[in-house]
Design a protein around this ligand. Structure first.
Ligand code: PML
Ligand code: MG
Length: 266
């Protein structure tokens, strides 16, 4: 039997040229029109305002997506931006990233400029992405329906079943499947969303509440990279289709000490 084709569906919307909403997924043909409607509604009903421009791309994938599992999810209950930075630094330096690189990432993500994509830094904090203003946008990722239902159930038990957490976990899981990536720091660019995260293959996806003060509009992502061919990594991040098809444990609060005792599982 011929394989069923998958489609990458990507949406970006804006109002008066300011970014309002973005979303993407990988879907079967039978779901394409339903998802296009969902994304359109999301852009028109967004709490940041009704988008006046919505761009949706539907693209048949020529290759079957690579199937992967999510990173395990947990939360360290950090209470201030300073505590979140300390926790992030402790975990990221434990996998070989220098303190200077983590400081550089925090300083850039908290500066007045939010990039469209992620910044890439080596473990000493030197910026590696070819386009320093735009950064690298991770794209062509999604989650299979059964896995999405499983993830919703697990996150529901933690009162975390929302698109922001799910989409960030899918993205981080794709990113960390590529061995050149040692770690990630994310601070949301949504002024009302104050939880960020770090991710590593050793510690998983670790949520950090109150990483920024409410009302602060800047944020973004930094990936910490080691060795290898950067253009190959960028090609993977932007173009290789990846579909989450299984979910690893999602747990509530955990201590930094417990996380530091974890050994790399992937
Ligand atoms: C974003 O898309 O703005 C980043 C979201 C970070 C989500 C952190 C979490 O709550 O798990
Ligand atoms: Mg966002």
């Amino acid at each position: 039997m011929a394989r069923k084709p998958f489609y990458s569906i990507r949406m970006r919307s804006a109002k008066d040229s300011t970014h309002i909403s973005g979303a993407e997924g990988i879907h079967l043909l039978k779901d394409v029109s339903k998802v296009v409607k969902q994304y359109t509604d999301r852009a028109l009903e967004h709490e940041r305002g009704r988008s006046d421009t919505i761009r949706i791309t539907v693209e048949e994938l020529k290759k079957s997506p690579k199937r992967i599992a999510t990173l395990p999810l947990s939360t360290v209950n950090t209470r201030t931006p300073e505590a979140a930075q300390k926790t992030a630094t402790g975990l990221l330096t434990a996998v070989g990233i220098s303190e200077r690189a983590v400081e550089e990432a925090f300083a850039s993500l908290r500066s007045g400029y939010t990039m469209r994509g992620a910044m890439l830094l080596d473990i000493e904090g030197v910026r590696l992405e070819p386009d320093l203003l735009r950064g690298v946008r991770v794209s062509r990722m999604g989650i299979a329906q059964d896995a999405a239902a499983d993830l919703s159930k697990r996150l529901g038990r933690l009162q975390l079943n929302n698109n922001t957490v799910k989409e960030a976990l899918v993205l981080a899981s794709k990113v960390h499947k590529f061995k050149m990536v040692l770690g990630e720091l994310c601070i949301s660019d949504d002024p009302k969303y104050t939880t960020g995260y770090i991710a590593t293959r050793t510690h998983g996806y670790v949520r950090l509440p109150r990483i920024k003060k409410r009302g602060f509009p800047n944020g973004g992502r930094a990936f910490f990279i080691t060795g290898g061919d950067i253009m190959n990594l960028i090609k993977y991040l932007q173009e290789t289709p990846v579909l989450i098809n299984s979910i690893t444990p999602c747990q509530g609060n955990i201590t930094v000490k417990e996380l530091l005792e974890r050994k790399s599982r992937r």
